[in-house]
Design a protein around this ligand. Structure first.
Ligand SMILES: Cc1cc2nc3c(=O)[nH]c(=O)nc-3n(C[C@H](O)[C@H](O)[C@H](O)COP(=O)(O)OP(=O)(O)OC[C@H]3O[C@@H](n4cnc5c(N)ncnc54)[C@H](O)[C@@H]3O)c2cc1C
Length: 432
């Protein structure tokens, strides 16, 4: 892409007119790239960053290292639990990225040598970089719940908070549950990936049970006192699943009322909190979260367990030349969502291209919308636009908003359709 085209491209991304001023690109080697970017993690942040760097500047050699051949989107995975979607409908591969000239490597990164600018993989390969982008998602604080660990999560009491085999296992457990059984969902403390996710999951499981096992119940044990889109979710639960009535399929227990869980007895299928013990037929524990494992190995995290970054470039404030995007980053007020990771991936791509070329870094803006489906034909959303000013990411006053509380069937059906269009658009933007 020529310098002029790259500037127009940045503008169309909403990345600001400053990109078009005072640019002096360092010449790069003819016949071989002198600009190397390694991206770790081919999920919502990493895949889009890799693709957009190549779209902005074909002279940059981009290598994407991803642990798995296929990626399953977490968004849409709650609908797999209700049978409204299949696992195949949330599965994506990396041929599209290869078509953009991204060198896709299926391997697991085991270390980043920040001073030597080198990434090492489990198969023994190493990759040099000028700039590295890290987007490994989240890992789980199993230590916060006695008796819970990864092997329990993979076999008996899932978290299903990374879509994949655990999603299918949880779906099968719900479908084969005894008549009149209880599903327990343990919802995590803040901050965590996808703030509305546990409550959409509750609604989707209730939708399945209403039609297939109507005397069954869902007990949501929450670490928190309130949650994202609280009014919209609880009204939706009431409308479709009787929440708050004697016939409710759903009971929600807040943290101070006994919702905080401390241990699990796997054989006895029982969760214990400060106040009570709870026995379930199917249990789904969504544990407290922290940055992806590789971020800890590399020392990119601070005491919070997440990665501090500079919000204009997403460069780590701990290690130079390494950028952290997506759920692993401390990106508040942006949420830990797929749409935010997509936005961060593009902002980071534009900054990295500018930095590699000695150009001025564009002033970014960021966007997020989270759709949730409470029942077929009933979608809700929350949206916000953000800018970068005074050295930080800010919410833009007056932007975004929430689905109106008053139920309007046409508008809710449209919200669901908007959510499905968003799914098609963002997955095409990321993997297409
Ligand atoms: C149930 C649920 C519903 C959700 N719904 C929505 C929604 O409706 N809208 C929305 O915007 N967001 C939603 N989200 C959140 C969204 O999925 C995440 O915020 C988003 O995926 C974060 O992107 P990421 O790039 O940080 O991580 P991920 O998308 O998880 O990608 C991380 C990638 O890194 C790879 N990786 C990790 N470590 C290594 C390593 N060492 N070497 C190589 N590869 C590695 C992983 O295999 C993975 O592919 C939902 C989440 C859940 C759990």
């Amino acid at each position: 892409m020529s310098k002029q085209n790259r500037r127009s491209f940045l503008k169309t991304l909403g990345l600001g007119a400053t990109a078009a001023t005072a640019a002096t690109y360092a010449p790069f080697a003819i016949g071989g790239s002198s600009k190397k970017v390694v991206v770790i993690g081919g999920g919502m942040g990493g895949a889009v960053a890799a693709k957009y760097i190549r779209m902005m500047d074909k002279s940059v050699e981009v290598t994407l290292i991803e642990a798995n051949e296929n990626y399953f989107t977490c968004f849409g995975s709650n609908e797999v639990l209700s049978g409204e979607r299949t696992m195949d409908s949330i599965k994506f591969g990396y041929d599209g990225l290869k078509g953009h000239g991204v060198n896709v490597v299926i391997d697991k990164v085991i270390d980043i040598d920040a001073s030597g600018r080198r990434v090492k993989t489990a198969s023994g390969r190493s990759f040099n970089y000028d700039r590295c982008i890290v987007s490994p998602g989240v890992s789980f604080r199993y230590d916060k719940i006695d008796g819970y660990d990864e092997s329990v999560a993979n076999t008996k009491i899932t978290h299903a908070w990374k879509a994949g085999p655990q999603t299918a296992l949880l779906r099968d457990q719900i479908q084969s549950m005894r008549k009149g059984g209880t599903v327990i969902i343990s919802a995590p403390p803040n901050p965590f990936r996808c703030p509305p996710g546990p409550y959409e999951r509750t609604a989707q499981i209730a939708h399945y049970l209403k039609h297939n096992n109507p005397t069954a119940k869902i007990l949501v044990l929450d670490d928190k006192e309130k949650f994202s889109k609280f009014g919209l979710f609880t009204a939706g639960w009431k409308k479709h699943y009787g929440y708050g009535t004697d016939n409710s399929m759903i009971e929600w227990v807040k943290g101070s009322a006994g919702g905080k869980i401390e241990s699990v007895d796997v054989a006895g299928m029982t969760l214990s909190g400060e106040v009570d013990d709870y026995k379930g037929d199917v249990i789904n524990i969504i544990p407290a979260q922290k940055a992806g494992h590789i971020a800890h190995v590399t020392g990119l995290t601070n005491d919070s367990g997440w990665c501090p970054i500079e919000g204009k470039t997403f460069e780590s404030t701990i290690h130079k030349n390494i950028h952290v995007i997506g759920d692993s980053a401390i990106q508040s007020p942006l949420p830990k969502s797929g749409y935010a990771a997509n936005s961060e991936g593009k902002v980071c791509a534009a900054a990295v291209v500018a930095m590699l070329n000695g150009d001025k870094i564009p002033d970014p803006s960021y966007v997020n919308t989270c759709y949730s489906v409470i029942a077929p034909g009933d979608g809700i959303s929350v949206a916000m636009v953000y800018n970068y000013a005074n050295g930080k990411i800010n919410k833009v006053k007056g932007s975004g908003g929430l689905t109106p509380g008053k139920f309007d069937a046409k508008a809710r059906a449209r919200e669901q359709q908007n959510g499905y269009s968003w799914f098609d658009n963002i997955t095409n933007d990321t993997f297409g």
